[in-house]
Design a protein around this ligand. Structure first.
Ligand SMILES: [Fe+2]
Length: 195
C-alpha cells in the first residue's frame, strides 16, 4: 500500500467518524451540513493525499472514484473529477450532499422550484444563488436542494463529495429542464437498500 493511500484511507475514516459524531446527536440539519462541509474542505485541502496518479481521469465528462463507501445504508465518500466544460442541468438528488474542491473550479447555481407540482412532468425553477467551488471552499445541499454545475477554466475540477447514501443506493434524481418547463426523474436505486 502506498503511503498516500494508507494516509488517505485513515483520513477518510476519520472524516466519517467525525461526521457520525456530529450527526448522531444533532441529526442532519442546515447547520450540521455546514459543519460537515468545513470538515470536508479541510480534508480536501490536503492535496498530497489525493495525487493525480492515483485517480484515473474520465474518458469523457466526469468520473467518481469511491474513497470510503460505508456498509449497508451508510454514507458514500468519493473523489469526483469533472473535465473542463462538463455541465449538469438543474437537479435534485433527493439526499443531502457536501462538496469540497481539491483543485480546479466548478460553478454551482442554486435553484428553487416555483410551480406547485400539479401537472405531472411539468416544473419551473428559478435561480436563487451561486457558489464557485474552488480550493478552500465547498458547498452543502439538503435532501431536496436543486443545483446545476459547470466546470470552469482549462483544468479538471477535482473534488470530494460526501453523499448521505452511496451512489449505488441513490434515490431518484429529479432533472429539471428550464427551457422546456419540464422535469424527469431517474430510476431510484433504493431497491438495493435493506428494508
Ligand atoms: Fe448534483
Amino acid at each position: 500500500m502506498t503511503l498516500a493511500l494508507d494516509k488517505r484511507n485513515r483520513a477518510c475514516a476519520r472524516l466519517l467518524a467525525d461526521v457520525h459524531a456530529v450527526t448522531a446527536t444533532e441529526g442532519i440539519t442546515p447547520s450540521t451540513l455546514h459543519a460537515l462541509k468545513r470538515k470536508l474542505v479541510a480534508l480536501a485541502a490536503k492535496a498530497e493525499l489525493f495525487p493525480r496518479a492515483d485517480f484515473e481521469m474520465p474518458l469523457a465528462q466526469g468520473r467518481s472514484h469511491p474513497l470510503l463507501v460505508e456498509d449497508g445504508d451508510g454514507h458514500g465518500l468519493y473523489l469526483t473529477i469533472g473535465l473542463p466544460g462538463k455541465e449538469a442541468a438543474p437537479h435534485d438528488h433527493g439526499i443531502w450532499c457536501i462538496n469540497a474542491a481539491v483543485s480546479g473550479r466548478e460553478r454551482h447555481k442554486i435553484f428553487r422550484r416555483t410551480d406547485n407540482g400539479a401537472v405531472a412532468g411539468k416544473a419551473t425553477v428559478q435561480q436563487v444563488g451561486e457558489v464557485l467551488v474552488a480550493p478552500g471552499t465547498g458547498m452543502a445541499m439538503a435532501d431536496h436542494d436543486i443545483h446545476s454545475t459547470v466546470v470552469e477554466g482549462d483544468e479538471p475540477a477535482i473534488g470530494l463529495a460526501l453523499y448521505g447514501y452511496a451512489l449505488a443506493r441513490f434515490p431518484s434524481v429529479a432533472w429539471y429542464h428550464p427551457q422546456f418547463g419540464s422535469v424527469r426523474a431517474s430510476v431510484s436505486r433504493r431497491h438495493a437498500a435493506p428494508s
